[in-house]
Design a protein around this ligand. Structure first.
Ligand code: DGL
Length: 257
C-alpha cells in the first residue's frame, strides 16, 4: 500500500490532500501539522528548517515506511526544501507558489501573488518570479489574517465574514490583474469566498492539482501493483493536538527542534 505523508503548519495542507485523495484514493495518507508554531509565515527560516529536520527524524525513527513526503506548505517549501532533501532519501514534493502557470495564462501579463509574509519576501519566491514571470507585472501581497480565518473556517465550520472583508479591503488587490496566485495552502480552503469578493475577472490559481499529478507520477509503479480501490482513513498528527483531538482523533507529536 503506497504511503504519502502530508505536512503543513496547520490545516492548509488539507487543500492539497483533497487533490491527492481524488487522484489516488487507495493510498494511505498521514497528515502532520506543526500547529504549535502556527503561523509559519511569521517564523524565521532557521526555525522552519529545524522543524522540518525534526519531522524527518521522527519519520525515520517511527519506521513509517513513507514513500513520498509532501511539504504542503509554501512557506516551509520556499524556506527549507533544499535542507529537507539533504536529510532524507525519501522523495520530497514541495508546494511553491504557482507563478509559472499564472504568468503563462495571464492575458494582461499582470498577475498577483497572495502569500504569507515569509513566502512573499524570501529569495526562493523572488527567483521563481524572475525565472517564470519576467514578462509580467507581479504585485505581491501578504496576509496572516487569512491563515487564521481559514483555520477557523475549517475547525468551526464558520466563516468570519467581517474579518475576511476587512482583510481583503486592507490588501486592496489591484483590479487590473487577471491571475492571483494563492501562494499559501490555507487560502484554497476559503477559495470560493475569496472569489466572491472579486467583482472583476480574476482567476485564483493554486498548485494542488499539479502536486497530485507529480505524486501520482512518483508512485506510478506502486500504484499499478495496488489492487484495492478502497479509501483509507487518514492518520492525523499535530504538535498542538490538545486543541483538536476530540474532533478528528489527532495524535500528539513532539518535534524536537
Ligand atoms: N499553509 C502554509 C503555507 O502554505 C503556512 C501558513 C502559516 O502557517 O503561516 O504557506
Amino acid at each position: 500500500m503506497p504511503h504519502v505523508l502530508v505536512f503543513d503548519s496547520g490545516i492548509g495542507g488539507t487543500s492539497v490532500l483533497s487533490h491527492l485523495k481524488l487522484a489516488m484514493p487507495m493510498v494511505q495518507y498521514t497528515y502532520v501539522m506543526d500547529n504549535e508554531l502556527l503561523p509559519y509565515g511569521l517564523q524565521s527560516q532557521e526555525t522552519i528548517k529545524s522543524r522540518l529536520t525534526a519531522l524527518l527524524s521522527w519519520i525515520e525513527q517511527s519506521d513509517k515506511q513513507v514513500d513520498v513526503i509532501v511539504i504542503a506548505c509554501n512557506t516551509a517549501s520556499t524556506y527549507a526544501l533544499e535542507t529537507a532533501r539533504q536529510h532524507t532519501p525519501i522523495p520530497i514534493v514541495g508546494v511553491v507558489p504557482a507563478i509559472k502557470p499564472a504568468a503563462e495564462t495571464s492575458q494582461k501579463k499582470h498577475i498577483g501573488l497572495l502569500a504569507t509574509p515569509a513566502t512573499s519576501k524570501n529569495t526562493y519566491t523572488a527567483n521563481l518570479i524572475s525565472a517564470f514571470a519576467s514578462e509580467c507585472q507581479v504585485d505581491i501581497y501578504h496576509s496572516t489574517a487569512l491563515v487564521n480565518i481559514a483555520e477557523h473556517y475549517y475547525w468551526c465550520k464558520e466563516l468570519q465574514v467581517e474579518l475576511l472583508q476587512a482583510e481583503l479591503k486592507r490588501l486592496n488587490i489591484c483590479n487590473e490583474l487577471d491571475r492571483l496566485v494563492l501562494g499559501c495552502t490555507h487560502f484554497p480552503i476559503i477559495k470560493s469566498h475569496l472569489q466572491d469578493y472579486f467583482t472583476h475577472r480574476v482567476e485564483l490559481v493554486d498548485s494542488g492539482a499539479a502536486i497530485a499529478r507529480r505524486v501520482q507520477h512518483l508512485l506510478s509503479s506502486k500504484l499499478i501493483k495496488c489492487k484495492s480501490l478502497e479509501a483509507r482513513l487518514v492518520h492525523w498528527y499535530a504538535t498542538a493536538s490538545d486543541k483538536f483531538e476530540a474532533a478528528v482523533g489527532v495524535k500528539p507529536l513532539k518535534l524536537e527542534s
